[in-house]
Design a protein around this ligand. Structure first.
Ligand SMILES: NC(=O)c1ccc[n+]([C@@H]2O[C@H](COP(=O)([O-])OP(=O)(O)OC[C@H]3O[C@@H](n4cnc5c(N)ncnc54)[C@H](O)[C@@H]3O)[C@@H](O)[C@H]2O)c1
Ligand SMILES: [Zn+2]
Length: 350
């Protein structure tokens, strides 16, 4: 499991839900001495990507004397891999970690590429590090116990990977939608493998997000993250990405970059996967302000987030299936129309 020849001490970080399903099996797999492996169970959910939980992981590592040759095994979804990966990055200036992703989101996205992070009130993923896991161990069968809503949320990232790299992969989703939703073994394995290859390939060409290649992975995330924050994390990350991708497609269409036909196909596929395509239906009264999300809230989060990062807002737009354009030059009118289209359930060009 670890490239080092010397014995290592392992510590497992997981969440309570995943522990109930898989901890015993993982411990059994780790052999005879596994009963001595320390385990930290964090509460399930996005709120655990917090400075408090990070501190709890560090305290746990102190308590179990995990040294520089130690290894953290992150067993769970993207929340666990982001938190435990960041704890590994910061512990003693960086120790090894291995990801055992148990959600589709984590198997095809969060555990690949070495981005780790926690959230602070000032914004999502603002504190983080690039720290690649030594290995990523994926078992598609884990998805059988996952809430179908979480499976669907993960599919949003698969649609994203297809949209930014390959029209053929997008059509593959259309052709195999029923088998994907039925968690057909062969189709699901193919989906995971293709996504891992796409993400790893993009990341390898721009590991630290410096040349722009990796930025394409943010497609749908500029508005998606803002929606996620404005609804107080009431929606799944992937659900917000679905809404953000549709808005980005409509902005691209309003700027005459993208054909309406592509926008329609994206909306149809998202709907087939049971992902939200309208804020009106998906958020309801679940927002932070206990009312509908206003464009001003979204716009504030988008600008505040980028200011906090000392960056201009870089929009990833779509020109055609598989072809993106990154630009800071998007008039607020288009952004507003893209957002409004999510409220009105109509395209901005209608
Ligand atoms: N670092 C990256 O590059 C990257 C990329 C994409 C997403 N992310 C992050 O990932 C997070 C979202 O990840 P997620 O969607 O996996 O959420 P999550 O980790 O919160 O998991 C979703 C829910 O599923 C439960 N669960 C996990 N595996 C299960 C299983 N096999 N069976 C039953 N229940 C299971 C969890 O306990 C949780 O309640 C977000 O914070 C997002 O920002 C990071
Ligand atoms: Zn994402």
């Amino acid at each position: 499991m670890c490239a080092s020849a010397s014995p290592v001490s392992i510590a497992i970080v997981t969440d309570e839900t995943v522990a109930a399903h898989y901890l015993e099996r993982v411990l059994r797999g780790l052999g005879e001495k596994s009963s001595t492996i320390p385990v930290l169970r964090i509460p399930a959910g996005e709120r655990s990507k917090s400075p408090e939980q990070l501190s709890a992981v560090h305290e746990f590592l102190v308590a179990h004397r995990i040294g520089r040759d130690g290894l953290i095994l992150a067993l769970g979804g993207g929340v666990v891999s982001d938190l435990a990966g960041f704890a590994a990055a910061t512990w003693m200036r960086g120790i090894d970690w291995v990801a055992v992703p148990t959600t589709l989101e984590a198997q095809i996205d969060a555990s690949i590429g070495g981005k780790t992070a926690i959230n602070i009130p000032g914004g999502k993923n603002l504190i983080g590090a690039f720290h690649l896991p030594r290995a990523v161990l994926i078992d598609p069968l884990c998805l059988r116990t996952l809430d179908p809503r979480d499976v669907r949320a993960g599919l949003a990232e698969s649609v994203k990977h297809a949209l930014i790299t390959s029209g053929e992969f997008f059509s593959w989703h259309e052709q195999n939608a029923d088998a994907i939703l039925a968690l057909d073994d062969a189709v699901l394995s193919e989906l995971i493998e293709r996504n891992v290859r796409i993400k790893a390939d993009v990341v390898q060409r721009d590991p630290f997000e410096r040349t722009g290649g990796r930025m394409t992975l943010n497609f749908g995330h500029t508005m998606g993250h803002a929606i996620e924050e404005c609804c107080g994390y009431a929606l799944r990350h992937g659900e917000c990405v679905a809404l953000g991708m549709l808005a980005a497609c409509r902005i691209s269409n309003a700027m005459t970059l993208l054909d309406q036909g592509v926008v329609d196909r994206v909306k149809t596929l998202l709907e087939r996967f049971g992902l939200p395509t309208s804020l009106a239906h998906s958020v309801g009264s679940m927002t932070r302000r206990n009312g509908a999300i206003a464009f001003e809230d979204i716009s504030n989060v988008i600008t505040h987030d980028k200011k906090a990062r000392g960056q201009q807002v870089q929009w990833v737009l779509l020109q055609s299936m598989g072809k993106t354009r990154i630009t800071t030059d998007v008039d607020e009118v288009f952004v507003r129309r893209g957002f409004d289209s999510l409220l009105n359930e109509c395209s901005v060009s209608e």
